[in-house]
Design a protein around this ligand. Structure first.
Ligand SMILES: [Mg+2]
Length: 372
């Protein structure tokens, strides 16, 4: 077990209290696939082993991984084998829309709590990460959802940035992969007690992250299309607009900067390289922390639903599998190795699913439509 500092602020008194929270060993580098027969040719454990940045000869594994995380690059002409894989994957990870009634049945008598990734889940993946806007229709749906269930956004982006996209004060926000958690600005009708939640387990890394950000901007400016984003407690190097033949060069640049910072580690998301403190914290830990903050620690009557599209979301999917509570939904058009139970193909389907949840919970909210 390790210990982390937790800052809890009391809205009424304006006081910040620092408490220490014991946490179990991180799962981030020991993720194993629940479903054998994944369709990427390497196992997750093997892949992550290969992704250690300090070993020589591992660069190709990284670049391969960057390709694997950008399947649109390699799946432009689906083969018969691709089709078979997709059919098989759809059986093992059925659409959450098709399974809606079974999902609702499983949640009976339990409090549903919603966790939503942002990029690629609520908003489409676009070339310019600064323009990853969510639609007004999606915002309306998420607003209604938060009126029905406690709802949190869990993103790799910094909290302020993701808030500027979502703009809903009634939600919980976990930015920087859960390293910056804040409760609803309006207060929460779900939370027991009046203390507002503010949790920043990596505060001591702020100056270092700032420094690395500047170095990375300088180092990668010779790679056309590379975009470095300061996410407060982590740094993202987006390669959405970098030509594939330049990925190796970009990775080398990032690696050369990180050599000077053994306290930071490199992970990879969808079309993004991410630099984070080595603390044992991830989206799965953020999910657990939020459930605890909401008063659901060690409760059997809670039903968390986590929807995300990224490798970093797997930490949360895995926690739900281990707890045997609720389930994960992977947003993907392509078969992927995942600990999620169900799938949705794209943000439009996410919206349909969220709308059905709202409609089921409060038929009157969506114009008096009947329950499913
Ligand atoms: Mg995402």
């Amino acid at each position: 077990m390790t210990k982390q500092n937790v800052i809890v602020s009391d809205k009424k008194s304006g006081l910040n209290m620092s408490i220490t929270m014991a946490m179990s060993k991180s799962s981030i580098l020991t993720m194993t696939a629940q479903k054998p027969g994944g369709y990427i040719s390497f196992s997750t454990t093997e892949l992550l082993k290969n992704l250690e940045i300090n070993g020589e000869g591992r660069i190709n594994a990284w670049v391969e991984s960057m390709r694997a995380s950008s399947p649109t690059h390699i799946k432009s002409t689906p083969s018969l084998a691709d089709h078979d894989r997709r059919s098989s994957w759809t059986v093992s990870h059925p659409s959450a829309l098709d399974m809606f009634e079974q999902i609702i049945d499983a949640s009976k008598g339990k409090q549903i709590v919603m966790f939503l990734d942002y990029d690629g889940t609520l908003s489409p993946i676009v070339d310019d990460p600064d323009k990853a806007f969510m639609s007004d229709a999606m915002r309306q749906t998420v607003r209604k959802l938060a009126g029905c269930f406690p709802t949190a956004i869990v993103s790799g982006r910094c909290r302020d940035k993701v808030y500027s996209f979502v703009r809903l004060a009634e939600l919980y926000y976990a930015g920087s992969h859960g390293m910056d958690i804040k409760g609803p600005a309006k207060g929460s009708k779900y939370k027991k007690g009046s203390r507002a939640v503010l949790f920043q387990p990596a505060s001591e890394f702020l100056p270092m992250i700032d420094e690395v950000y500047k170095h990375l901007v300088e180092k990668t400016k010779s790679t056309p299309g590379a975009k470095v984003e300061n996410n407060k407690f982590c740094v993202s190097v987006h390669f959405r607009r970098v030509e594939e033949k330049k990925w190796n060069e970009l990775f080398q640049q990032v690696k050369s900067v990180l050599k000077e910072y053994p306290e930071l580690r490199l992970t990879q998301g969808r079309k993004v390289l991410e630099i984070r403190p080595t603390i044992k914290w991830d989206k799965g830990k953020a999910l657990e922390f939020l459930l605890e903050s909401l008063g659901f620690a060690n409760c059997s009557d809670v039903f968390p639903v986590y929807i995300g599209d990224d490798r970093t979301d797997e930490d949360a999917f895995k926690i739900l599998r281990e707890k045997g509570q609720g389930f994960g939904i992977l947003v993907s058009k392509f078969p992927k190795e995942t600990c999620a139970s169900y799938s949705l193909q794209e943000p439009d389907e996410v919206r349909d699913f969220l709308q059905r949840l709202v409609q089921w919970k409060r038929p009157s909210v969506l114009g008096g439509q009947s329950k499913v």
